[in-house]
Write a protein that binds this ligand. Structure first.
Ligand SMILES: Cc1cc2nc3c(=O)[nH]c(=O)nc-3n(C[C@H](O)[C@H](O)[C@H](O)COP(=O)(O)O)c2cc1C
Length: 283
């Protein structure tokens, strides 16, 4: 499975097998989690492995996912400052971990909302002033999805993704935004866009937008203020921004679409979305 296939095949797994990863695989998992990673704004993260059956963790209480996750013994997660840049970087680094675990045949599920924050704060020895933007269970997926899991996926519209022309736009000279029409995959860029489109997002809201302007791909988030405001301490949709940047960057690397991320806000007057960063193609 190459990276693009990994991105396409990843889905949120909420029901886990009793079979546990062991031996060399466990060693590789530990290396994936403990790797020191850097996000596009320079914040660094590594992930903590949490074993819910470990005796000293049992003393801290019980993990609850409000019925979302079943059968998971292992989780991973970390903490960050609450500002947007730190959260975008957390989203980027966490998604790298998700993709690497997926490539190992493991299931994961991004969780920003449905977990007990008090318990997780104890598990991760959360320092004062930091937030836990997201955690994930991991393990082998069971073949069949439970009925509640099917319902969760249905409610989140998990299988569905917005069409290209709702996400990707040309800044056609003036202020007019022209949707990028890609009915058929024609170029590496279309494949990269597919990789972004397949990315997970909180409640599958897919708030990422990209505007193409000459050699720039400008990234934005179309924040949903009501939804985003439900989470105290940080913008949950900033995670989605980091995840999209991760998918774009990795897919571009894979397809040798050379360029790099930098801050190059074009300050378009008619755009209400929040600017993140831009990918500048190297010629
Ligand atoms: C930042 C973020 C937070 C999420 N929080 C939760 C959560 O709290 N509980 C949950 O069951 N799923 C959560 N999800 C999973 C999304 O619902 C899921 O990614 C989306 O519906 C798309 O489905 P897919 O991951 O199977 O492609 C979250 C995803 C992201 C990216």
């Amino acid at each position: 499975m190459n990276l693009l296939e990994t991105m396409e095949n990843r889905t949120s797994v909420r029901t886990y097998s009793e079979e546990l990863p062991e031996g060399e695989l466990l060693g590789r998992i530990q290396r994936i989690l403990s790797k020191d990673r850097k996000g596009p704004f320079g914040n660094r993260y590594s992930m903590t492995l949490m074993d819910m059956d470990d005796e000293k963790n049992l003393e801290l209480g019980k993990m609850t996912s409000y019925g979302m996750i079943k059968g998971a013994r292992f989780y991973f997660g970390g903490f960050a400052d609450g500002d947007d840049r730190a959260i975008i970087d957390y989203g980027y680094c966490f998604e790298e971990v998700v993709l690497e675990l997926t490539a190992e045949g493991l299931g994961t599920c991004w969780m920003g909302g449905t977990f007990s924050r008090g318990f997780m704060a104890k598990m991760l020895s959360l320092p004062e002033g930091k937030v836990i933007p997201g955690i994930s269970p991991f393990g082998f997926p069971v073949d069949k999805r439970r009925p509640t899991e099917k319902l969760t996926r249905f409610l989140a519209g998990s299988k569905k993704r917005k069409a290209h022309n709702k996400l990707f736009f040309n800044q056609g000279g003036g202020d007019q935004l022209e949707p990028v029409i890609t009915d058929e995959l024609r170029s590496p860029v279309d494949e990269i866009f597919e990789a972004v489109r397949f990315a997970p997002s909180a409640s599958n809201k897919q708030p990422w937008r990209i505007i193409i302007q000459d050699e720039y791909y400008h990234f934005y988030i179309d924040y949903n203020k009501t939804y985003n405001g439900m989470m105290k301490g940080f913008n949950i949709q900033a995670l989605d921004g980091g995840i999209a940047l991760c998918h774009f960057t990795k897919a571009a690397e894979e397809l040798r679409f050379k360029g790099k991320l930098s801050y190059a806000d074009p300050k378009f007057e008619n755009i209400k979305w929040s600017y993140l960063l831009s990918w500048k193609v190297s010629r």
